[in-house]
Write a protein that binds this ligand. Structure first.
Ligand code: IPM
Ligand code: MN
Length: 353
């Protein structure tokens, strides 16, 4: 297969983990006979510094040219403590989502047995937890009408029926590949927008009689996720709730540095780790490249290249089993491996397979 990939490395640890992600992508392509062309493009703080825009037009065009975008991370502390900053790196990410019509954000929450001890939850609660959160990504408060005055400010949580319908369809499609259980998370006891979600979902669930649908208020869902995470199979929710719940989800697995994500919609799909740019780790060769590498697995799987995805997943598991791990997950007294060493070990595993 011919694949055109836009490479958006961004800020902080982004470029380092991206280097390993691309190396793995290339290794799999060589092995399986795919022809990959890469184009790099600027985004985030880096792009603000260079051209004054966190998602420049040229980057957008590169994304449109590509079959898929491999994205690392954006963000820089110099913008965080400055509420007056005119542009922020995060706006680049939001612009990318909106311009590429990436309405569905798929965030798997899965555990790795050898990292369960890193979870803040008890082993017996979290072991075997395996669900995905489908987060609506281009609507809600993030993009609704806003006002930012001196004495008052608001964000509007707007949703239309088609927006709700299309994201619910994505959830049902995933559920049919999994354990056929969808949990719609909302706040329908308070919010009008949530009542629309619930109404649309109640109508739609009759089209999917083979899938069990249940409804949960977001506060309850936040609690259930730490009391009984194995309850969930496919969780679907609006933009803001999804943002919050997926941070909670990633941390209960004990493997935040290992979780990839996919964002899909009407144009080029984007694959990225769910963690941020970790500016403190920049340039130190200590960032975990596995979420980026697993994002490459999701990229292949998106194009129905299942064996390629499996090969990467197997190599990642093998690296963990061999204790070839970055410092934050290394076992006590274990050897030291950096971002580069972990990535190269995985490349070699794939080449020798
Ligand atoms: C995420 C991030 C972004 C979001 C930020 C960086 C704008 O937290 O992808 O979850 O809030 O969507
Ligand atoms: Mn977030």
């Amino acid at each position: 297969m011919k694949l055109k990939i836009a490479v958006l490395a961004g800020d902080g640890i982004g470029p380092e983990i991206m280097e390993q992600g691309v190396a793995v992508l290339s290794a799999v392509a060589r092995k399986c006979g795919h022809d990959v062309t890469y184009r790099e493009a600027l985004c985030g703080a880096h792009a603000i510094d260079e051209v004054g825009d966190p998602f420049p037009e040229e980057t957008f065009q590169t994304c449109l040219w590509a079959d898929a975008v491999l994205f690392a991370s954006v963000g820089d502390p110099k913008f965080d403590n400055d509420p007056t900053a005119r542009v922020r790196p995060e706006q680049g990410l939001l612009a990318m989502r909106k311009k590429l019509g990436l309405y569905a954000n798929i965030r798997p929450v899965e555990t790795f047995d050898c990292l369960i001890h890193k979870s803040p939850l008890k082993d017996e609660l979290v072991r075997g937890a395996d669900f995905i959160c489908i987060r609506e990504l281009t609507g809600g408060m993030y993009f609704g009408e806003k006002k930012e005055g001196t004495d008052e400010a608001y964000d509007t949580n707007y949703y239309s029926r088609p927006e709700v319908e299309r994201i619910l369809r994505v959830a049902y499609q995933y559920a049919r590949q999994r354990r056929r259980h969808v949990t719609v998370v909302d706040k329908a006891n308070v919010l009008a927008s949530s009542r629309l979600w619930r109404k649309v979902a109640q109508e739609m669930m009759t089209e999917y009689p083979d899938v069990q649908t249940d409804f949960m208020y977001v506060d309850n869902a936040a609690m259930r996720m730490i009391q009984d995470p194995r309850f969930f199979d496919v969780m679907v929710t609006e933009n803001t709730f999804g943002d919050i719940l997926t941070d909670e989800g990633s941390c209960i697995t004990g493997s935040m540095g290992l979780l990839p994500s996919a964002s899909t919609g009407s144009s080029t799909p984007v694959f990225e780790p769910i963690h941020g740019s970790w500016p403190q780790g920049k340039g130190l060769n200590i960032a975990n490249p596995l979420a980026q590498i697993l994002s490459v697995a999701m990229l292949f799987e998106y194009f129905d290249l299942k064996a390629e995805g499996q090969l990467i997943r197997e190599a990642v598991r093998a690296s963990l089993d061999a204790n070839v791990r970055t410092p934050e997950i290394q076992v006590e007294g274990g050897a030291r491996y950096g971002t580069r060493e972990v990535g190269q070990w995985i490349v070699k595993y794939i080449e020798e397979k």
